[in-house]
Design a protein around this ligand. Structure first.
Ligand code: CO8
Length: 373
């Protein structure tokens, strides 16, 4: 039987950062402008005054300290509050493709492979910057890969669902190796005017190379012991942006065409589902939580990750057991758990077990159990 391994990972981190104080300062300037512009309506009770944001709340509620973004100026302009990412001509590479190429080249280099060794590309992320042609086919062309490519979107769980698709393709012989790339431009679909969520997301791109074990060096990378996916429909994380928006003008400009969520409900409903999914997955592989050396969890909220790890392990996790990158990156949707894996896996020793687990809109949960070779 063909076995699949993760032989290399890559990461593109946009150079621009916004810390909480900068973000809050811009938000509060926007609030002052808004409240001044609507002063009469607010006084007459027709409009609700907006409230200021606070860095202390953001760090306490989420653990986020800063985020990397494609464009800083547009987000921090209180009259704009949206990244400025100029459209490119059809003859130029798209922004997502540029990010994907950098992350993929690092994954290939770390695996010691070239484009000629790869048969497929999956671009798996929350938002594609266009409907078609598939972003993955553009990335395939940019990297010079033969074979096939396709896009998939399962929100924050896109990368782990993409990993399962890659494992399937490798193990059933459809491809020798597959690149799973997650170019997340979360700032493009974040409402920076919404106090409840303006701090949540950042931008980044990850890439993972999944190969046949037989094509890799002994001791290289991670054996994939199994993947387990779970979905359950929920409206608590939703984005109604889509191609039918133009067919009903009454919806244009409504906030639901960007990311919206019931954060508290998500926290309460998703955390136990994730812990259960990981435990069930380990059980199906004949393993227990005590066998785990590390958990690379989706990076949305620090308190949520600590709760999930506590439920799985039966005690508080150490930072070494459940590493955190969301303080630096915020929530980068599907890239988050892979960034944690990319940055915190080189120190594992042969035989060490870990789980990559993402969770988010859908609801969707993806668990991937790996063993250091
Ligand atoms: N500053 C100051 N005070 C604030 C702020 C703020 N910015 N925001 C809210 N408050 C206030 C509230 O008004 C409230 O006040 P009061 O108690 O008087 O009513 C108080 O603070 C508490 O508010 P919340 O109950 O909302 O705060 P929580 O403690 O629940 O924290 C979180 C909010 C951080 C959002 C938390 O609920 C959370 O992280 N939940 C989980 C969210 C999650 O994991 N979501 C996953 C989404 S990711 C995904 O799948 C998306 C994929 C698509 C990506 C697309 C990119 C855009």
């Amino acid at each position: 039987m063909i076995k699949a391994v993760i032989s290399g990972t890559g990461l593109y981190t946009p150079p621009a950062t916004i810390d909480n104080d900068e973000l809050v300062e811009a938000f509060n300037q926007f609030v002052d402008l808004y409240n001044a512009e609507h002063a009469d309506a607010i006084e007459q009770g027709e409009v609700t005054a907006l409230q200021q944001s606070s860095s202390a709340f953001i760090e306490k509620a989420s653990g986020i300290k800063r985020r990397h973004v494609i464009d800083k100026e547009g987000i921090l302009d209180p009259r704009r509050m949206t990244p400025h990412i100029p459209e490119r001509s059809n003859d130029e590479r798209s922004v997502q493709c540029d990010m994907a190429v950098v992350a993929s080249e690092e994954a290939l280099a770390r695996a010691g492979k070239t484009a000629a060794d790869v048969d497929a590309v999956i671009v798996a992320c929350s938002n594609m910057q266009r409907a078609y042609p598939a972003m993955a086919i553009e990335v395939q062309q940019a990297l010079g890969i033969e074979g096939f490519a396709y896009d998939m979107n399962v929100a924050c769980s896109s990368a782990t669902f993409g990993l399962q698709a890659a494992v399937n393709s490798v193990e059933n012989g459809a491809a020798r190796s597959v690149l799973v790339v997650s170019p997340e431009i979360c700032s493009g679909h974040l409402n920076f005017r919404d106090r409840d969520s303006h701090f949540i997301f950042g931008d980044a791109c990850t890439a993972i190379l999944v190969e046949r074990e037989a094509d890799t060096r002994a001791g290289q990378g991670f054996e994939i012991l199994g993947t387990s996916l779970k979905t359950k429909f929920s409206n608590n994380i939703r984005n109604n942006f889509g191609f039918l928006n133009r067919a009903d003008e009454s919806g244009i400009g409504k906030p639901d065409k960007l990311f919206v969520q019931e954060g508290r409900k998500v926290f309460k409903e998703v955390s136990p589902m994730v812990a259960q999914t990981i435990q069930n997955h380990l059980g199906s592989l004949g393993l227990t939580a005590g066998d785990l050396r590390r958990m690379w969890l989706h990076q949305a909220n620090l308190n949520m990750n600590q709760l999930i790890a506590r439920k799985v392990l039966g005690r508080d996790p150490s930072l070494d057991e459940a590493p955190v990158i969301l303080d630096e990156y915020a929530n980068t949707s599907s890239a988050g758990s892979i960034i944690a894996f990319h940055k915190h896996s080189d120190d594992l020793e042969t035989g060490d077990l870990g789980v990559i687990c993402s969770f988010g809109a859908g609801y969707s949960i993806g668990s991937v159990v790996v063993r250091r070779r």
